[in-house]
Design a protein around this ligand. Structure first.
Ligand code: LLP
Length: 423
């Protein structure tokens, strides 16, 4: 039976499997800590997006930041996706993975002129511009290259996405987007600038959103704005509605992607905007539940106050628990049938009290066991660091019974290869 929210991860004959690969075997073969991704799960997560958008002008732009491994990008490129990028680095990854620059949207509040020039050179589909200062700079860069930059303005609809404050982006106190009241003036300016070609409108209200209400409220505000902009003779051909759809980590029940999209399309149709191309930028909902982080139990440290289960993965490998107090499922790869469970804090070797991966978990564990931290496919490896001079984990892709390395484990020597002793 597969785990809730994880159709490609299941216990079979008492062993956790990722697709047809026993997780404990992967840990043995490739070492721990180890990120493992299911290709079938990624494609299965994409399918409802494609199904709900079939017959409409649309582009699904996978948000690279969620998991930028080249093999992940390649999987989505082959499935016909475009990409949402936020840096020149992500652009180069997309190109290296065989992605089409013409299907790339470039988001972010701080694009440098160098990044703009490179994106113009390779011909990205659209720049999602987040301020008038950026608009002026982009116009200059485009003119200097004899081009006009295709642009959407990212508007901030001041809608509460009802998610963690660190991953909410659509409120006036967030740094993102152009305030709704200022957007019309920004569009007027964009239409005047010689290096800018206005193409669309963009909005992204946050991440790990688990209800449709905030999306529909934001869409209404975006449509109001489109009508106001077009009343001035500025044509907008596409709506980029960002990403943000949540996943089930433990007991969340977000809408299914196809149900959400159907509701959005209905609102577009009802308001007479059905002909517009819809761009979406999902990240987490495509890869989150496709990935696990495998980690070996090093030591058990029970005490009168608290029981600690010390594992070989740490906050540098998976930052979400400590940064957002995120609760991610933690399960044994080979459950000990009949053994007594105790309550453990799952912690890593890093020298910070904030280095925890799970708190107060009921588990029957022993040193040497391998645990799987679930829903780690999104914002896991992409937010990993080298803190405490810890090499980043290896990454493995699974397809059926096959598994292969898609990023080698770093060595300690890699970590200081660019450093020099003082004179
Ligand atoms: N588009 C834009 C402009 C974004 O800023 C983001 C995410 C996405 C799309 C993709 O959102 P998604 O579908 O993945 O929710 N590190 C945090 C999440 C940060 C999200 C940042 N922006 C976490 O681990 O929860």
């Amino acid at each position: 039976m597969s785990l809730p929210g994880h159709p490609h991860i299941a216990y079979r004959n008492g062993a956790l499997h990722i697709e047809d690969c026993p997780a404990a075997d992967l840990a043995q073969r490739f070492g721990t800590p180890l990120y493992v991704y299911s290709r079938g799960s990624m494609l299965a997560a994409l399918a409802p997006y494609q199904r709900a958008l079939a017959g409409r002008r649309h582009l699904v732009c996978y948000a690279v930041k969620a998991n930028p491994n080249l093999s992940v990008l390649q999987t989505f490129a082959r499935a016909g996706c475009g990409f949402d990028i936020v840096s020149g680095g992500e652009l180069e990854r997309v190109l290296a993975a065989g992605g089409d620059a013409g299907k790339v949207v470039f988001s972010g509040v701080g694009k440098t002129r160098r990044e703009m020039a490179r994106a113009l050179e390779v011909g990205v589909r659209c720049f999602n511009v987040e301020s008038t200062a950026e608009l002026e700079a982009l116009s200059e860069v485009a003119q200097a290259h004899g081009k006009r930059a295709p642009v959407s303005l990212r508007v901030n609809p001041n809608v509460d996405a009802k998610t963690h404050p660190y991953i909410s982006t659509g409120l006036t106190h967030n740094k993102f987007g152009i305030a709704h009241e200022e957007a019309l003036a920004a569009y007027r300016r964009a239409a005047e600038l010689p290096g800018i070609a206005v193409h669309g409108i963009d909005c992204h209200i946050g991440s790990q959103i688990t209800e449709p209400g905030p999306y529909l409220d934001a869409l209404d505000k975006v449509l109001d704005l489109i009508e106001a902009v077009e009343a001035e003779g500025i044509r907008l051909t596409h709506i980029d509605f960002g990403g943000g759809l949540g996943i089930t980590y433990t007991d969340e029940a977000p809408p299914a992607a196809d149900a959400l999209i159907t509701a959005l399309l209905k609102r577009l149709d009802d308001r007479g905007h059905g002909q517009r191309e819809l761009i979406l930028e999902p990240g987490r909902s495509l890869v989150g539940n496709a990935g696990v982080l495998l980690t070996e139990v090093l030591y058990l440290k029970p005490s009168a106050h608290k029981n600690f289960c010390i594992v070989d993965a740490a906050m540098n490998d998976l930052l979400r628990p400590t940064l957002y107090e995120a609760v991610m499922g933690i399960v044994p790869c080979a459950p000990r049938a009949g053994a007594a469970e105790h309550t453990w804090d799952i912690v890593g070797p890093v020298c910070e009290s904030g280095d925890w991966l799970g708190r107060d978990r009921r588990l029957a564990v022993q040193a040497g066991d391998v645990l799987a931290i679930l829903s780690a496919g999104a914002y896991g490896m992409s937010m990993a660091s080298h803190y405490n001079t810890r090499p980043k984990p290896a990454e493995v892709m699974v397809d059926g019974a096959e598994a292969w390395i898609v990023r080698e484990r770093e060595t300690v020597a890699d970590l200081f290869a660019r450093e020099q002793l003082a004179r």
